[in-house]
Design a protein around this ligand. Structure first.
Ligand code: SAM
Length: 273
């Protein structure tokens, strides 16, 4: 295994002060990083996409676990430190300079299946997650997502009906995938510490329910949760046929969106599709 200088030394040597604009909160604790890298199971020989490696803390843990890592980083200041890491782990790390929001991840990964692991920049986390979870093509080329979020966002992803956290994000994450809270991470683990607590969510794709359009399902949840305090007969008025379809599948239109199971939204989308 490569003998690497401590991360803090690498950061000092390359002058990598954390940039707020780029959502930079770095992790240095190797044990914690190894635990995060272990969430998806054995990574030896697996293709992994990491968004935002920064100075490379999580990247090191992924490489130690034997993963073949492709890392997308938009902060050019981090590239020299990442090149050193690539040299220390020959043929295991490829670094791509760019904005992960603008790149086609499947092409970047050469059309091969891959797991995603990332301590996401908070400002782009939800946008990337929505993209990974959306679209009509299922199963996706990614085989798992293991992602750091603000704890409040992580709770919305894994939320169950009846809770205030339950909404569009929960339905999006759960209608054809399993999403679980893998680990909470204290704010003091980061440098600099963010204002709020964080958590790792792990998602694996499941079966695509037959006869359901992702676009229609998203439209339904947008309407239903856009006015979450209203009864469904009011909030779903903007989707033609939705209120009648509700009654057709035995759901009382006087209920509110947050009382519906994820499977109820799926049934509704199927009837309307
Ligand atoms: N992975 C490192 C760690 O765990 O210590 C750094 C995590 S830091 C929260 C987020 C990283 O994502 C930063 O290095 C930042 O420059 C990078 N980043 C921010 N926006 C990005 C984007 N749109 N595409 C790629 N990288 C981005």
């Amino acid at each position: 295994m490569a003998d690497l200088p401590p991360l803090r030394e690498v950061i000092a040597r390359h002058g990598l002060s954390a940039s707020k604009a780029l959502g930079q909160n770095f992790l240095f604790d190797e044990q914690l990083l190894d635990r995060i890298a272990a969430v998806p199971g054995d990574l030896a020989g697996r293709n992994v996409l990491e968004v935002g490696p920064g100075p490379g803390g999580l990247t090191r843990a992924l490489l130690r676990a034997g993963a073949k890592v492709t890392a997308i980083e938009m902060d050019t200041r981090c590239l020299p430190a990442l090149s050193e890491l690539a040299m220390a782990f020959p043929d295991q790390l490829r670094v791509i300079e760019g904005d992960a929001l603008k790149l086609d991840h499947n092409s970047v990964m050469g059309g091969e299946p891959y797991g995603v692991l990332s301590n996401l920049p908070y400002n782009v986390g939800t946008a990337l997650f929505t993209r990974w979870m959306g679209g009509e093509e299922w199963p996706p080329l990614w085989t798992s997502l293991t992602l750091m979020f603000q704890q409040e966002v992580a709770q919305r992803i894994v939320a169950k009906p009846g809770s205030s956290a339950y909404g569009r994000l929960a339905v999006l994450a759960q209608w054809r995938a399993q999403a679980k809270m893998a680990m909470k991470v204290h704010r003091s683990a980061f440098t600099p510490p963010p204002k709020v607590m964080s958590a790792i969510v792990h998602v694996e794709p499941g079966e695509m329910p037959e006869g359901v359009s992702a676009k229609l399902l998203e439209r339904l949840t947008e309407a239903a949760f856009g006015q979450r305090r209203k009864m469904l007969r009011q909030s779903l008025k903007s989707v033609p046929g939705a209120v009648d379809a509700l009654e057709g599948i035995g759901i009382d239109p006087q209920r509110r969106a947050e009382t519906l199971e994820v499977g109820d939204f799926v049934r509704l989308a199927r009837v309307l599709g």
